[in-house]
Design a protein around this ligand. Sequence first.
Ligand SMILES: [Zn+2]
Length: 395
Amino acid sequence: MNSKLAIARAYIAARFPRPLPETVMAGPVCDEAEMAANFGQYNALGVGLEEARRLAREELETGISPRAGYSFGLSTGTTGEPGVFITTQAERDRWLGTILGKFLAPGQLLTLNAALLLKHNSRLYEASRFVHFFGLTQTAAHWAPRLCDLAPNVLIGPPSALLALAETAAYQRRPFQPHTLLSAAEPLFPQDRERLRRVFGTSPVNLYQAKEGFLAAGCRHGGLHWNGDLVRLEGMRFKSRPDRAVPVITDAARTSQRFERYRMDDVLVLGEACPCQTPLRKFTAVEGRLQDILLDHSGGMYHPLFPLDINEALRTLRDYTLVQHDAGHFTLETVATPPAGVLQELNKALRNPARIDLAPLRGEAPGTKRRRFQRLFDPRNEIIREEMLLPPEPL
Ligand SMILES: [Zn+2]
């Protein structure tokens, strides 16, 4: 099919989404470790993960795909090596049409001038001449002047990069206000949402995109709508907190990569935060990575501590990072010494741990994914997955 036609078709489908028919899902659940170990079995080309990563780097450098018909892209890894995704032209067309359809009305398409702040470029993101790419491996001071020249009406980036932009001299001299501000690649905390709304004059809306695909779109009311017209969603709820679930996705439309009951390493906050009339499944937030859910150890058991709950105690701070070194041992990094009241609240939220050290907030290398919550230990090998989660169920 002609690319423009495919994009238009996906656009219209996304404007009027129809949830996929319900089916009972069976078969084994595949997780990230399984897919990484046997990557070749999960893609149409049969290439292993290392090879796919090499091909993605080659494509990034040369701008030409080493395998005709397929494009290899790198995704921002939270830790360690970047993830890889493989797409066909048809998939890229569908992706672009869907994104446009979920966020932009037809009138806004005619004047589209979008800027995308991302760590890695990919042909997925060069799908249109109306979309300009800014690489986050350089500091905001470096790319902000060019971005302010462009004054995009659609701005897409991680909240940490959007906040960094707001603080540059270039932006303060020549501020612009996009009509659409999309927050992607990192969790959006309530205080950052508010800060971004004040700076850019519009509320940021979530775009939940992972190397597994474009999964959910935020709405103006701050809620999120699962792309249930494209990707089937099951969830593994936390036994102790049924409002939190790890997504298990099935994407039947992908031909380049197979995602069948694929368990992601993210945590969703369930609940209906918005009054929208969408037929799609609504939820409240993407809370972050499973590996960064903190743990309380008491009564001989581990219990999850969720970032958004703990953030409530810390949300008045200008910025912070909370690191868990071990059960009962945390470091709170802040810009200025936190008030005693905040520490009391934090102590309570963490269930009175043995030790909370204070430290100045460390700067991160440009392009690093901002992790406000970092758990540096994983007791007894993947304890969260094995002991804290219920089996998958349709959400
Ligand atoms: Zn909504």
